[in-house]
Design a protein around this ligand. Structure first.
Ligand code: ASP
Length: 320
């Protein structure tokens, strides 16, 4: 009897310490960063458009902040924030996805869980209303990591996610054409990275890709290590910019690698990749590290972005 109660006490104590240790990392803290694409938004844009961008960023950030402050997971926060952006035609993801050279929309998305490096992604989907949610299902409900094209659309049907005709994404067309004529280029890919109360980091990215891309072209956003990465031991990253360069330079993973192998701080690692590895004018990243620090460097004229944390920071911005 005595032996049993001794063992029970040891088990209870070790649970308490283990639990406490994982909480000790973040002690109820959280940080969330978002982006709505790097590019060249002219500072001359109308007040109306500027307001629309800033207000969408604020709503997205508020949504993520609420999930995290109520003890929700970073995985739920990044999925919900990206889903919100996908449903907002201002951004080049989901509903606002750009046109390929042949007048279609082909969408890419990925999500990664820093707890165990599990990840899911979809590329070139044409009928999935919210590609980020299908990416999460790929991660959680299949033995695979990346589904592409028709197979990915069919998987969406199988899982019962929202299916739309490709012209659902056309709603943005006039606005986009108008914008291209009157404003400088706006890329508008979206991403979110967060660390939750429990010290878990997640990252998510979603895009329609580059305007006029060749049919079948896949960018960095659905490629883990290039456009998205998350590891609880280092950081989470979501990128936006010229996808071909992000793929060739393994952008997202390299931020984590500099921290892991060279002991760089998050800020040093993020700046090194964005300012010394990526060519000027090619894009930016948002990142959060295991201690809740954040970095939002970009080497373009603008990057729609935002950050919120448990210390009361709540900021959105477009230019430097
Ligand atoms: N990185 C995306 C792509 O190349 C585009 C972007 O971020 O704007 O597909």
């Amino acid at each position: 009897m005595k032996v049993i109660s001794f063992v029970t006490i040891i088990i209870i104590l070790s649970f308490f310490f283990l639990h406490n240790e994982s909480f000790a990392q973040s002690e109820g803290k959280y940080t969330i960063v978002i982006h709505g694409g790097a590019g060249y938004i002219s500072p001359e844009i109308s007040q109306e458009i500027k307001k629309a961008y800033l207000s969408s960023l604020k709503v997205a950030l508020k949504l993520g902040k609420q999930i995290l402050s109520e003890g929700g997971t970073s995985l739920d926060a990044v999925e919900q924030v990206v889903k919100f952006f996908e449903n907002d035609s201002l951004f080049n993801a989901g509903k606002g996805a750009v046109f390929t050279s042949t007048g279609w929309h082909e969408l890419d998305a990925s999500i990664m869980n820093g707890i165990d490096l599990s990840t899911g992604a979809v590329a070139g989907v044409k009928k999935i209303k919210n590609p980020i949610s299908l990416a999460r299902l790929v991660m959680e409900k299949t033995p695979h990591v990346l589904f592409a094209g028709e197979g990915a659309d069919n998987l969406g049907k199988k899982f019962g996610v929202g299916i739309v005709e490709n012209n659902y994404f056309d709603i943005h067309r006039r606005y986009q054409q108008w914008k291209l004529k009157q404003q400088e280029e706006v890329k508008g890919t979206v991403g979110c990275v967060a660390i939750d109360f429990y010290g878990n980091i997640a990252a998510a990215t979603s895009t329609g890709g580059l305007t006029g891309k060749w049919p079948g072209r896949v960018g960095d956003s659905p490629l883990i290590n290039a456009g998205t990465y998350a590891d609880n031991n280092t950081c989470g990253v979501s990128g936006t910019g010229q996808g071909e360069l992000f793929i060739r330079l393994t952008v997202a993973y390299n931020v984590s690698a500099l921290m892991k192998y060279k002991n760089y701080s998050l800020e040093e690692a993020a700046k090194e990749i964005v300012f010394n590895v990526l060519p000027e004018g090619s894009g930016g990243i948002i990142a959060v590290d295991k201690d809740g620090n954040y970095a939002l460097p970009f080497n373009t004229a603008s990057m729609l972005r935002g950050v919120a944390n448990s210390e009361g920071i709540f900021e959105v911005a477009i230019w430097k």
